[in-house]
Write a protein that binds this ligand. Structure first.
Ligand SMILES: [Zn+2]
Length: 304
């Protein structure tokens, strides 16, 4: 019984949860839940720990989880989201695309100079999402190293210092191949996917395309390097598209969150708007969000 069945079986809204006073009973509900590692749907692989193995979460009873955020194309949303979670004592693990890091180095948008050291100063940590975000399914190990990993490391070290090492490798789209596993082994860096997709990107895309009268061109402009903060505030009148996603994001948490979860987010408006409610939900469920390196330490065989 995986995603679709679980969704049907979980019709209790968060408000309903709280109204019924079930917040404190969440631990017993969680302990009866399906195994953490069974719900990604990206692959059948199970991690046995070690480099080259796929880690989607940590098997632990500790009420600790890890929020991750990918891509970071929008400096504006990246900074705002990281600040919002920082205010709530939540440290993220960020997987920027190397190209986005380079953009910040060579032409940062107003107010976003030195973005990456500033994020690190808030306590957030960094993994590697490769350089170009291409589909890498057919890439050889050599291609991965020379066209993706090394360029990404080069700009991340420019941004974060020569001694920077990523806490994990997250291949774009979660595509894990033999070459990607070998990359993980050669760089002694774990392969980090996710066990809980917040659905922020999927929802944003679907609302933009089918369900929302936000002009798509303005929404895209919010992710552009060229738009000023003032203009971004005007984007998408009353945030209609993103607000429509918040309930879906929270529903993903309510349905799939477990101790040891690794959660996928993106630097999008929907995540920024959902951040306070996510922090509230984690508080209600007594789940502490910690960086990946700390979460992995909760399992002697991380991801097993
Ligand atoms: Zn990505």
């Amino acid at each position: 019984m995986y995603k679709s069945d679980q969704r049907r079986d979980s019709n209790i809204s968060r408000r309903g949860f709280l109204r019924l006073g079930l917040g404190a009973a969440t631990s017993s509900l969680l302990s009866n839940s399906p195994p953490l590692l069974a719900h990604s749907g990206e692959s059948d692989e199970q991690s046995s720990g070690g480099f080259g193995s796929v880690i989607r979460g940590v098997a632990t009873n500790a009420r600790r989880i890890c929020l991750t955020m990918d891509d970071l194309w929008s400096e504006y949303y990246t900074l705002q989201i990281c600040r919002e979670f920082h205010r709530r004592d939540i440290r993220l693990t960020l997987f920027p695309i190397g190209h986005a890091v380079n953009n910040n180095l060579v032409r940062p948008t107003a107010g976003h100079k030195n973005l990456y050291p500033r994020l690190r100063d808030m306590g957030h940590e960094f993994g590697c999402h490769l350089y170009t975000h291409r589909v890498i399914k057919d890439f050889s190990l050599e291609q991965l190293i020379h066209e993706e990993m090394e360029p990404a490391l080069r700009v991340m070290r420019q941004a974060l210092g020569a001694d920077f090492t990523p806490v994990g490798i997250r291949p774009p789209y979660g595509h894990v191949t033999d070459a990607v596993k070998e990359l993980s082994r050669q760089y002694h860096t774990p392969l980090i996917l996710w066990g809980l997709d917040s659905q922020d990107a999927i929802c944003t895309h679907r609302k933009d395309v089918h369900n929302c009268d936000c002009p798509e061109s303005t929404e895209k402009a919010a992710n552009s390097q060229m738009v000023s903060q003032a203009a971004q505030a005007e984007v998408c009148d009353k945030d209609r598209c993103a607000k429509a996603c918040i309930e879906e994001i929270l529903h993903s948490y309510e349905t799939y969150l477990r101790p040891g979860s690794i959660i996928l987010h993106h630097a999008l408006k929907a995540t920024l708007l959902a951040a306070p409610a996510i922090a509230d939900l984690l508080d209600d469920w007594n789940m502490q969000a910690i960086p990946l390196t700390e979460l992995l330490a909760y399992s002697s065989a991380a991801g097993a």
